[in-house]
Design a protein around this ligand. Structure first.
Ligand code: 13P
Length: 255
């Protein structure tokens, strides 16, 4: 982390877990544990949990995020949710382009870009996910791919809007597998993302952008990962479903 120039952000991504009542209970449990955080604390929850989560988090330092957003403002898009709907519900952040959406739901670099623009134009903060598969890593494409995904996602995003962008480097092979990238691999991947931002917006701007690491980050490895200069926080899956584990990661980012 380099807290003097960019924000440290720990965000949970609950994925398809927790009902509204379970969401309320978990946030109530987390609130006192993260109250003294010296980093931003975000929980990205299923759409249906948003009202309960916003209500439970009220008056605390926990911000609520969504896990996706549609790129159109309104219309005949059955099953989709717009940025304005999220905004009005009290959402501040939204995860875009998670590898699970890319793998299972046909998300492309182009739709990631459109969703990012919709979120940013509505005043939401976008947590944009990028990451290589194991096969791509083994073929030596990690740098090329991370730079390509980052630049594609940010097409037509202005320098001003970039202030509301977080990029999460999530190597696909490290998600939900218990296999974490080493701290050096995380730092290198995040560095490739930052280099891509530098190529598009200049090095000074790139220095200010929060780049998270995600993929089996937990209470045991958070210290080592967050000690790296390019790792400005984490996007946490499994460990964000347990108040104690999540709060330990928040504590690691608060040092
Ligand atoms: P895990 O922390 O469960 O590996 O998930 C990471 C992730 O996908 C966060 O978006």
């Amino acid at each position: 982390m380099k807290k003097e120039v960019r924000k440290a952000v720990i965000a949970g991504n609950w994925k398809m877990n927790k009902t509204p009542s379970q969401a309320k209970a978990l946030i109530e449990e987390m609130k006192p544990l993260v109250a003294n955080a010296d980093c931003d604390v975000v929980l990205c929850v299923p759409f249906i949990d948003i009202p309960a989560a916003v209500q439970a988090a009220e008056g605390s330092n926990i911000k609520i995020g969504a896990e996706n957003v549609h790129f159109k403002a309104s219309g005949a898009y059955t099953g989709e949710v717009s940025a304005d709907m999220l905004k009005e519900a009290g959402v501040e952040y939204v995860v875009i382009g998670h590898s699970e959406r890319r793998t299972y739901f046909g998300e492309t670099d182009q739709t990631v870009n459109l969703r990012s623009l919709a979120a940013l134009n509505a005043g939401l903060k976008a947590i944009i996910c990028v990451g290589e598969t194991l096969e791509q890593r083994e073929l030596g494409y990690t740098e090329t791919l991370l730079k390509f995904q980052t630049k594609m996602a940010l097409t037509n995003v202005t320098k001003e809007q970039l202030k509301n962008v977080i990029i999460a480097y999530e190597p696909v092979w490290a998600i939900g597998t218990g296999v974490t990238a080493t701290a050096d691999q995380a730092d290198e991947g995040n560095g490739f993302v930052r280099a891509a931002i530098a190529e598009a917006y200049g090095a000074d701007v790139a220095e200010t952008v929060t780049v998270q690491y995600g993929g089996s980050m937990n209470a045991g490895n958070a210290d080592e990962l967050l000690a790296k200069v390019n790792v400005d926080g984490g996007l946490i899956g499994g460990a964000s479903l347990k108040a104690e584990d999540f709060s330990k990661i928040v504590a690691a980012a608060s040092k």
